[in-house]
Design a protein around this ligand. Structure first.
Ligand code: PEP
Length: 246
């Protein structure tokens, strides 16, 4: 990963059916025609598993890249109803996988499970988007840095490095709430994460839209954004990129 590349990663969560490709075609066309800036950024979209393979194949040689939102903590094939292994994701053609999203931590993903997911995903040469973040109470108790440190040190493996792993800092209190950290706080948190996980790319996620993104433009060390709600609309997603470079 070149050092100054910014990432705009869309997490569709439980959204998307085959016809939703219309949204991505608009995003893809925007990136393709954005001659001025597109060499400076990368767009990755993570649709649900049901359309992962179709979209991965379709965008294989186009301007945007497809990733998965999660993976199971066992690899290859096995007797795990409903599970999708890192190997199955790799074969689908997806290049990235989100691991550690707070939705999945809330559903029971422990540090041990997340470590296994990361380990198997790396074995399959998937790039990891590793989500970390404190909740509202931890923030109020000023425990943000200790929470983030544990989430990094207990989960990232010996094989994790800045070429195969991007960290997405997503404070839980900011996801889907319209609340975002101040740019000053975010700057300090990004620096802290980069001290723990050397040379890593660090994204911010949580209520990023065309207006909140403007607050973070000045943070040179921030490597981009993980975007939930606003990634389901081509216009809102494109506005984020446009306003970032305006
Ligand atoms: C997310 O769930 O990863 C996220 C960042 O959501 P939103 O942008 O909707 O806050």
């Amino acid at each position: 990963m070149a050092n100054n590349i910014k990432y705009f990663i869309g997490n569709w969560k439980m959204f998307g059916v085959p016809k939703s490709i219309k949204i991505l075609n608009k995003v893809n066309n925007f990136v393709r025609l954005d001659k001025k800036n597109s060499r400076n950024y990368k767009v990755v979209i993570t649709p649900p598993f049901t359309i992962l393979e179709a979209f991965s194949r379709y965008y294989k040689k186009k301007s945007i890249t497809i990733g998965a939102q999660n993976c199971y903590h066992k690899d290859n094939f096995g007797s795990y109803t409903g599970a999708i292994s890192p190997y199955m994701i790799k074969v689908s053609g997806a290049k990235y996988v989100i691991i550690g999203h707070s939705d999945n931590r809330a559903d029971g993903d422990t540090d041990k499970i997340l470590r296994e997911k990361i380990s198997f995903a790396l074995n399959n040469n998937l790039k990891i988007i590793y989500c970390i973040g404190e909740n509202k109470i931890e923030k109020a108790k000023k425990k943000t840095f200790s929470v983030l440190k544990k989430q990094l040190l207990r989960v990232l493996t010996k094989k994790s490095n800045s070429n195969n792993t991007i960290v997405a800092y997503e404070p839980i209190w900011s996801i889907g709430t319209g609340k975002t950290p101040t740019s000053n706080d975010l700057e300090k948190t990004v620096a802290f994460i980069k001290r723990i996980f050397k040379n890593s790319k660090v994204l911010y996620g949580g209520s990023v839209d065309g207006s909140s993104v403007i607050n973070f433009k000045s943070l040179d060390d921030l490597d981009g954004f993980l975007i939930g709600g606003a990634s389901k609309s081509s216009k809102k997603f494109i506005d984020i990129i446009k306003n970032y470079y305006r």
